[in-house]
Design a binder for this molecule. Structure first.
Ligand SMILES: [Mg+2]
Ligand SMILES: [Zn+2]
Length: 219
């Protein structure tokens, strides 16, 4: 029996051209943010710890500025709406699996026909003195990576016997999920990871590339 196709698509640096967390930090420049980014990239600290500590540097008195900046800064990668159309007509489930934060992920995606239940990201709490990130989709017992938003836990919810699992991503938050996927569409850092691990991947610049390849692989 043919397996059902499902797509797990990253947000920052994939659906959007920029990495929004890095853009927020570069703009507001809270003391010490750049060291935290380096530590996440070099895997000295986990993604959850790094992202949590970065946002904890930002006072909630700047809430509206931070939210406005994040949303206005976004550019959507070409072909995204077309890919969503294609998925709808072919009954391919399209999930957004994002290591980003709710206050920019949901507003940006509200321009597109994606049900909220198909969007996974981290949460936020502005009730204290500094921004606190919440982790409603933390790692389960099968993942010891301290992801924050655990893509592997979500992917494992769709067993490979039943689903053809397709991951689209660009960077460090996609590394663990890429190891589980049947097909990886990769750009940027994720290409290097796939090469190092010998994972089968297709490089892409925009979603038209992804769409073309999905059509070719239909049959
Ligand atoms: Mg990304
Ligand atoms: Zn995890």
């Amino acid at each position: 029996m043919k397996r059902e196709r499902i797509i797990f698509c990253d947000f920052d640096g994939t659906i959007t051209v920029n990495d929004n967390i890095v853009a927020i930090m570069k703009h507001f420049k809270p003391e010490g943010w750049d060291r935290l980014v380096d530590q996440v990239i070099s895997k000295t600290i986990s993604i959850r710890e790094g992202v949590g500590r970065m946002f904890a540097l930002l006072p909630t008195s700047r809430k509206q500025e931070v939210i406005d900046y994040a949303i206005q800064n976004v550019t959507i990668r070409d072909g995204f709406a077309e890919l969503l159309d294609y998925c709808r007509t072919r009954h391919i489930t399209f999930l957004v699996t994002s290591g980003g934060i709710d206050f920019f992920v949901y507003p940006v995606l509200s321009a597109f026909p994606i049900p909220a239940s198909h969007i996974y990201c981290n949460g936020s709490d502005f009730s204290g003195s500094h921004i606190q990130i919440l982790w409603p989709h933390a790692c389960d017992e099968h993942c010891g990576n301290d992801c924050g938003m655990c893509k592997t836990a979500i992917i494992r919810g769709y067993p490979k016997e039943q689903y053809e699992r397709i991951l689209i991503g660009d960077s460090v938050t996609d590394f663990e999920g890429a190891k589980l996927a049947d097909t990886v569409f990769a750009r940027s850092h994720l290409i290097g990871l796939c090469q190092n691990l010998g994972l089968h991947y297709y490089p892409f610049d925009n979603f038209h590339d992804v769409l073309r390849r999905l059509e070719e692989n239909e049959s």
